[in-house]
Design a protein around this ligand. Structure first.
Ligand SMILES: C[S@@+](CC[C@H](N)C(=O)[O-])C[C@H]1O[C@@H](n2cnc3c(N)ncnc32)[C@H](O)[C@@H]1O
Ligand code: SF4
Ligand code: SF4
Length: 383
């Protein structure tokens, strides 16, 4: 499904609607190849960052950052543009964030130009430091959803986790964002989400973060368990503090109800497990297993690697410096992972996938602890 770039907005929307309908159909059928193009694309436009958060896969220490060899890397604009022109006519939304801080992308204004040209909306995750009033004004017409990472209710916890941040500046930026957003009404009004990476260091502040988020005009608070990349950081995982985590998660949820803000947190560790669900004949959890990422979404690294999702040990399906997007999307790698999803032999990342536990309601899924502890570098150094 390809079109030239001068198709009118209405026609583009018809095309996008039809593509999404087809993508759902392909997902429901579990089709190995996919007649639809992605509905949502995520691009790692830059690896650069102005913070060095303690849990970050790349920036948690200067040694890790320098060993990674990627700190100043970015996706060349030519690559971004080529993929955008191939996929944006049928896509509904994109995100410019994987690793790094998207607002540091030097060609950010050109990204907005392509969104305008193809009527594509933007979802973004940002650390909020560069979300000035001027930036909010520029991105507002394209924005669908913005997640501001928010890892503490107090300035001290926040700045201890998000090293290099300025809590007061970020709070001011969020207030300014809201004044710009307040002029937008109805469906075009973007959603503001506070995203919390849950760990021992901040879990006790979660109920307060929920209250603060409400006070700062957020629509949602989302919490996700931290992946652990270093043995020395293992004790930060809430998988090591399950009782504490369960009681605070419940309290934070109820604080959300009290103050009137939606929350989405991982299910408590002591909630129903897969065995209990299996033993209860009246309860049906979803089978065959589905994963919208394999049929509707895609992640593209700054090097042009195409992967189906953001799970840390996801496979690379192909590289956009060597092939066009369509060839990878329906190439052998993608067909194989789609087929194997519902067999006894799924890809390892799908077998242990923590997306379901964290992003869906969690009922019927156990926590697979292996999928949260990803201390490969240290492990491999031992051998
Ligand atoms: C990698 S950052 C990229 C965007 C931007 N730099 C930011 O921090 O918002 C995307 C999200 O991942 C979260 N994150 C960072 N390290 C994580 C970890 N070890 N486990 C889970 N999420 C993590 C961040 O807090 C942020 O909300
Ligand atoms: S702001 Fe985002 S990319 Fe930067 S160090 Fe923190 S988590 Fe990593
Ligand atoms: S790892 Fe999880 S999210 Fe990624 S493709 Fe497999 S099932 Fe889907």
């Amino acid at each position: 499904m390809k079109v030239g770039k001068n198709v009118k907005e209405e026609e583009l929307w018809t095309l996008k609607e039809e593509n999404e309908r087809l993508a759902w159909e392909e997902e429901l059928n579990g089709s190995p190849s996919n007649r639809a193009m992605p509905v949502h694309l995520t691009f790692e436009t830059t690896m650069k960052c102005n913070m060095s958060c303690i849990m970050c896969q790349v920036y948690r220490s200067p040694e890790v950052a320098s060993r990674s060899g990627v700190v100043n890397s970015m996706m060349p604009f030519e690559l971004f543009e080529r993929v955008a022109r191939e996929t944006f006519p049928t896509a509904k939304a994109m995100s410019p964030t994987v690793m790094g801080e998207p607002l540091l992308t030097p060609y950010f204004p050109k990204i907005l130009g392509l969104l305008e040209e193809y009527s594509v909306k933007m979802n973004m995750v940002t650390n909020g430091m560069l979300l000035t009033k001027q930036m909010s004004e520029k991105i507002m017409p394209y924005l669908n959803k913005i997640k501001v990472s928010f890892d503490g209710a107090s300035k001290s916890t926040y700045e201890r986790i998000r090293r290099g941040s300025d809590y007061d500046k970020i709070v001011d930026n969020i207030r300014d964002f809201n004044t710009v957003r307040d002029v937008v009404e109805g469906e075009g009004r973007p959603v503001l989400i506070f995203q919390v990476t849950l760990m021992r260091e901040n879990i006790e502040e979660l109920p307060e973060i929920v209250e603060l988020a409400k006070g700062l005009g957020a629509d949602w608070v989302v919490g996700l368990h931290a992946y652990i990349f270093d043995r020395s950081f293992e004790d930060q995982s809430l998988l090591k503090h399950k009782n504490l985590a369960d009681s605070v998660l419940r309290e934070a949820e109820s604080r959300g109800r009290e103050v009137g803000i939606a929350t989405h947190f991982p299910s408590p560790f002591d909630s129903t497990t897969r065995e209990e669900v299996d033993a209860e004949p009246s309860f049906q959890y979803e089978r065959p297993r589905r994963c919208k990422f394999l049929w509707q979404e895609v992640w593209i690294s700054h090097r042009g690697d195409v992967t189906p999702c953001c799970v840390p040990d996801r496979p690379v399906m192909g590289n956009l410096r060597e092939e066009d997007f369509g060839s990878i999307w329906n190439g052998p790698g993608y067909c194989e992972i789609r087929i194997r999803l519902n067999t006894e032999n799924p890809f390892d990342c799908c077998r242990n996938c923590s997306m379901a536990t964290q992003y869906e309601d969690g009922v019927g899924y156990d926590y697979d602890e292996k999928s949260f502890f990803l201390c490969q570098e240290e492990e491999s150094q031992k051998h």
